[in-house]
Design a protein around this ligand. Structure first.
Ligand SMILES: C[S@@+](CC[C@H](N)C(=O)[O-])C[C@H]1O[C@@H](n2cnc3c(N)ncnc32)[C@H](O)[C@@H]1O
Ligand SMILES: [Zn+2]
Length: 155
């Protein structure tokens, strides 16, 4: 006789998004402050990223920059976390836990809701109107800032 092990139900799926390309959607109720998935990929230095993407002006990337100059490139050994879109009113956040990035819910999420976090992208160059347009945000939030770029913090 074989016994069937019950599999934990997947809490989210990847499918087409109204924000951009593919996105990640909840399949079930998810409580607030739930750790959902690690943002996985190959760890590169900024120099390696610059070399790898030298001729690439496309703002569309699967890169996650850590504070210490290391960048996680989810095009190499990445997982579903790479499909999570940005929102100006996100329901998740990216949490740094000992240099590993985890996506956690900020609030309770209903089945069918798209998961999102604030990318917080701050470019070294000036955030000119043209750059803001290049990084245009389509999150659809009532208070959408119109750009994925994060306002620069004064140093
Ligand atoms: C890590 S991918 C996310 C998955 C993406 N939807 C896809 O299908 O490739 C990040 C890219 O998705 C796009 N993106 C994510 N959130 C967006 C938003 N709120 N508005 C416009 N584009 C967005 C940007 O091009 C960004 O560089
Ligand atoms: Zn937005």
């Amino acid at each position: 006789m074989t016994t069937k092990k019950s599999q934990p139900r997947r809490r989210f799926v990847v499918r087409n998004s109204g924000i951009h390309g593919k996105g990640v959607f909840a399949t079930t109720h998810i409580p607030a402050h739930t750790r959902l998935i690690e943002y996985k990929g190959k760890r590169l230095t900024e120099a390696q990223v610059d070399k790898r993407y030298a001729n690439d002006d496309d703002p569309h990337t699967f890169l996650f920059a850590l504070d210490d100059g290391i960048v996680i490139d989810a095009t190499i050994n990445g997982n579903s976390a790479r499909w999570i879109n940005h929102s100006c009113a996100p329901n998740c956040e990216a949490v740094d836990d000992k240099d590993r990035i985890f996506i956690e819910t900020l609030r309770a999420i209903r089945p069918g809701e798209e998961l999102s976090y604030n990318y917080g992208i701050e470019l070294e160059e000036r955030h000119t109107p043209a750059m803001k347009r290049l990084y245009q945000c389509r999150c659809g939030a009532r208070r959408c800032k119109g750009t994925i770029l994060q306002a620069k913090t004064k140093k």
